[in-house]
Ligand binder design. Structure first.
Ligand SMILES: [Zn+2]
Length: 200
Protein backbone atom coordinates (compact mmCIF):
# COMPACT_ATOMS: atom_id res chain seq x y z
CA UNK A 1 0.00 0.00 0.00
CA UNK A 2 1.04 3.59 -0.60
CA UNK A 3 2.58 5.36 2.38
CA UNK A 4 0.70 8.28 3.94
CA UNK A 5 2.87 10.95 2.30
CA UNK A 6 2.24 9.53 -1.17
CA UNK A 7 -1.48 9.20 -0.45
CA UNK A 8 -1.57 12.88 0.52
CA UNK A 9 0.35 13.86 -2.61
CA UNK A 10 -2.01 11.91 -4.85
CA UNK A 11 -5.13 13.12 -3.03
CA UNK A 12 -3.91 16.70 -3.32
CA UNK A 13 -3.34 16.35 -7.08
CA UNK A 14 -6.86 15.00 -7.41
CA UNK A 15 -8.37 17.84 -5.36
CA UNK A 16 -9.49 15.74 -2.39
CA UNK A 17 -6.88 16.96 0.12
CA UNK A 18 -6.27 20.55 1.17
CA UNK A 19 -3.79 19.98 3.99
CA UNK A 20 0.00 19.78 4.06
CA UNK A 21 2.03 16.80 2.87
CA UNK A 22 3.37 15.71 6.25
CA UNK A 23 2.87 11.94 6.31
CA UNK A 24 0.55 12.24 9.30
CA UNK A 25 -2.88 10.66 9.01
CA UNK A 26 -4.92 13.50 10.55
CA UNK A 27 -8.52 14.62 10.22
CA UNK A 28 -8.08 16.21 6.78
CA UNK A 29 -6.37 13.12 5.42
CA UNK A 30 -9.12 10.84 6.68
CA UNK A 31 -11.74 13.19 5.26
CA UNK A 32 -9.93 13.00 1.92
CA UNK A 33 -10.11 9.17 1.97
CA UNK A 34 -13.83 9.41 2.49
CA UNK A 35 -14.35 12.00 -0.25
CA UNK A 36 -12.39 9.83 -2.67
CA UNK A 37 -14.52 6.81 -1.76
CA UNK A 38 -17.74 8.82 -2.07
CA UNK A 39 -16.77 9.97 -5.54
CA UNK A 40 -16.05 6.52 -6.96
CA UNK A 41 -17.39 3.61 -4.95
CA UNK A 42 -20.92 2.51 -5.90
CA UNK A 43 -21.67 0.53 -2.74
CA UNK A 44 -22.44 2.57 0.39
CA UNK A 45 -20.79 -0.12 2.53
CA UNK A 46 -17.42 0.59 0.88
CA UNK A 47 -17.52 4.24 2.01
CA UNK A 48 -16.02 3.95 5.50
CA UNK A 49 -13.17 6.49 5.55
CA UNK A 50 -10.70 3.68 6.25
CA UNK A 51 -7.68 3.28 4.02
CA UNK A 52 -7.59 -0.44 3.21
CA UNK A 53 -6.64 -2.44 0.13
CA UNK A 54 -9.73 -1.41 -1.85
CA UNK A 55 -9.13 2.28 -1.22
CA UNK A 56 -5.44 1.86 -2.06
CA UNK A 57 -6.33 0.42 -5.47
CA UNK A 58 -8.91 3.15 -5.96
CA UNK A 59 -6.44 5.94 -5.19
CA UNK A 60 -3.74 4.50 -7.44
CA UNK A 61 -6.28 4.15 -10.25
CA UNK A 62 -7.63 7.67 -9.80
CA UNK A 63 -4.12 9.10 -9.81
CA UNK A 64 -2.91 7.05 -12.79
CA UNK A 65 -5.92 7.97 -14.92
CA UNK A 66 -5.52 11.64 -13.97
CA UNK A 67 -1.83 11.48 -14.88
CA UNK A 68 -1.89 9.35 -18.07
CA UNK A 69 -5.37 9.88 -19.52
CA UNK A 70 -6.38 13.53 -19.69
CA UNK A 71 -9.48 12.83 -21.81
CA UNK A 72 -10.89 10.11 -19.55
CA UNK A 73 -12.21 9.80 -16.02
CA UNK A 74 -11.61 6.81 -13.77
CA UNK A 75 -15.35 6.12 -13.51
CA UNK A 76 -15.36 5.30 -17.23
CA UNK A 77 -13.16 2.26 -16.47
CA UNK A 78 -15.32 0.94 -13.61
CA UNK A 79 -16.38 -2.71 -13.52
CA UNK A 80 -19.88 -2.98 -14.89
CA UNK A 81 -21.11 -5.43 -12.27
CA UNK A 82 -22.35 -2.20 -10.66
CA UNK A 83 -21.39 -3.19 -7.12
CA UNK A 84 -22.89 -6.65 -7.32
CA UNK A 85 -19.54 -8.41 -6.85
CA UNK A 86 -16.85 -5.75 -6.36
CA UNK A 87 -16.06 -2.14 -5.46
CA UNK A 88 -15.83 -1.29 -9.17
CA UNK A 89 -12.03 -1.04 -9.03
CA UNK A 90 -10.71 -4.45 -7.91
CA UNK A 91 -7.42 -4.17 -9.87
CA UNK A 92 -4.94 -1.43 -10.72
CA UNK A 93 -5.09 -0.25 -14.33
CA UNK A 94 -1.80 -0.70 -16.15
CA UNK A 95 -0.18 2.71 -16.78
CA UNK A 96 1.14 1.70 -20.22
CA UNK A 97 -2.39 0.78 -21.26
CA UNK A 98 -3.67 4.16 -20.05
CA UNK A 99 -0.89 5.99 -21.89
CA UNK A 100 -1.57 4.09 -25.14
CA UNK A 101 -5.32 4.68 -24.90
CA UNK A 102 -4.73 8.40 -24.48
CA UNK A 103 -2.33 8.38 -27.44
CA UNK A 104 -5.02 6.80 -29.65
CA UNK A 105 -7.56 9.34 -28.39
CA UNK A 106 -5.18 12.25 -29.04
CA UNK A 107 -4.30 10.96 -32.54
CA UNK A 108 -7.96 10.47 -33.54
CA UNK A 109 -9.14 13.74 -31.96
CA UNK A 110 -12.68 12.52 -31.34
CA UNK A 111 -14.51 11.86 -28.08
CA UNK A 112 -14.19 8.21 -27.19
CA UNK A 113 -16.43 5.91 -25.18
CA UNK A 114 -15.02 3.07 -23.10
CA UNK A 115 -17.29 0.04 -23.42
CA UNK A 116 -15.28 -2.18 -21.09
CA UNK A 117 -12.41 -1.38 -18.75
CA UNK A 118 -11.90 -3.17 -15.46
CA UNK A 119 -13.84 -6.40 -14.87
CA UNK A 120 -13.96 -8.41 -11.67
CA UNK A 121 -13.67 -12.15 -12.26
CA UNK A 122 -17.33 -12.88 -11.52
CA UNK A 123 -18.59 -10.23 -13.89
CA UNK A 124 -16.15 -11.30 -16.60
CA UNK A 125 -17.28 -14.90 -16.36
CA UNK A 126 -20.90 -13.85 -16.84
CA UNK A 127 -20.20 -12.22 -20.22
CA UNK A 128 -20.72 -13.81 -23.62
CA UNK A 129 -17.47 -14.26 -25.51
CA UNK A 130 -15.23 -13.66 -22.50
CA UNK A 131 -12.33 -15.92 -21.67
CA UNK A 132 -11.56 -16.92 -18.10
CA UNK A 133 -8.20 -15.17 -17.83
CA UNK A 134 -9.27 -12.05 -19.76
CA UNK A 135 -6.86 -9.14 -19.47
CA UNK A 136 -9.81 -7.00 -18.40
CA UNK A 137 -9.64 -8.81 -15.03
CA UNK A 138 -5.99 -7.74 -14.68
CA UNK A 139 -6.39 -4.06 -15.59
CA UNK A 140 -4.53 -4.70 -18.83
CA UNK A 141 -7.27 -4.30 -21.46
CA UNK A 142 -9.79 -1.72 -22.58
CA UNK A 143 -12.53 -1.70 -25.25
CA UNK A 144 -13.64 1.58 -26.79
CA UNK A 145 -15.47 3.11 -29.73
CA UNK A 146 -15.84 6.54 -31.30
CA UNK A 147 -17.06 8.06 -34.56
CA UNK A 148 -13.90 6.91 -36.36
CA UNK A 149 -14.22 3.25 -35.36
CA UNK A 150 -17.55 3.07 -37.22
CA UNK A 151 -15.97 1.54 -40.34
CA UNK A 152 -13.98 -1.70 -40.53
CA UNK A 153 -11.27 0.02 -42.60
CA UNK A 154 -10.66 2.53 -39.82
CA UNK A 155 -10.79 -0.14 -37.14
CA UNK A 156 -8.14 -2.14 -38.99
CA UNK A 157 -5.92 0.93 -39.34
CA UNK A 158 -6.24 1.81 -35.66
CA UNK A 159 -5.48 -1.80 -34.66
CA UNK A 160 -2.51 -2.07 -37.03
CA UNK A 161 -1.04 1.22 -35.79
CA UNK A 162 -1.53 0.20 -32.20
CA UNK A 163 0.38 -3.04 -32.59
CA UNK A 164 3.06 -1.45 -34.76
CA UNK A 165 3.71 1.59 -32.59
CA UNK A 166 3.06 0.34 -29.09
CA UNK A 167 4.46 -3.16 -29.30
CA UNK A 168 1.43 -4.43 -27.49
CA UNK A 169 0.38 -8.02 -27.46
CA UNK A 170 -3.08 -8.07 -29.00
CA UNK A 171 -5.85 -5.93 -30.45
CA UNK A 172 -9.08 -6.90 -32.19
CA UNK A 173 -12.53 -5.80 -33.31
CA UNK A 174 -15.64 -7.62 -34.58
CA UNK A 175 -13.92 -9.29 -37.54
CA UNK A 176 -10.19 -8.60 -37.42
CA UNK A 177 -7.30 -9.18 -35.03
CA UNK A 178 -3.64 -8.32 -35.00
CA UNK A 179 -0.95 -9.44 -32.62
CA UNK A 180 2.82 -9.50 -32.50
CA UNK A 181 2.75 -12.88 -34.23
CA UNK A 182 0.13 -12.37 -36.94
CA UNK A 183 -3.22 -11.02 -38.06
CA UNK A 184 -6.47 -12.30 -39.56
CA UNK A 185 -10.17 -12.88 -39.19
CA UNK A 186 -11.93 -13.20 -35.86
CA UNK A 187 -15.64 -13.77 -35.37
CA UNK A 188 -16.67 -11.39 -32.56
CA UNK A 189 -19.99 -9.74 -33.46
CA UNK A 190 -20.57 -8.79 -29.79
CA UNK A 191 -17.82 -6.15 -30.23
CA UNK A 192 -20.06 -3.96 -32.39
CA UNK A 193 -17.87 -1.08 -33.60
CA UNK A 194 -15.59 -1.27 -30.54
CA UNK A 195 -11.88 -2.05 -30.52
CA UNK A 196 -10.10 -4.07 -27.84
CA UNK A 197 -6.52 -3.17 -26.97
CA UNK A 198 -4.35 -4.76 -24.34
CA UNK A 199 -0.80 -4.81 -23.01
CA UNK A 200 1.58 -7.58 -22.04
ZN1 LIG B 1 -17.26 -6.19 -10.55
Amino acid sequence: MLNVKTRQTYLKSLGFYKGVIDGIEGVLTKQAYKNLQKTYFVRKSDIDGIYGNNTDKLLQNAYNVWKCCKNFKLSEFRCECNGRYCTGYPVILNTNLLTYLQKIRSDLKVSTVITSGIRCQKYNDSLAGSIKDSKHTKGKAVDFYNSKTATLTNRKNIINNYIKNRYASYAYCNSYYKSNWGSGYVNAPYMGTSIHIDVI
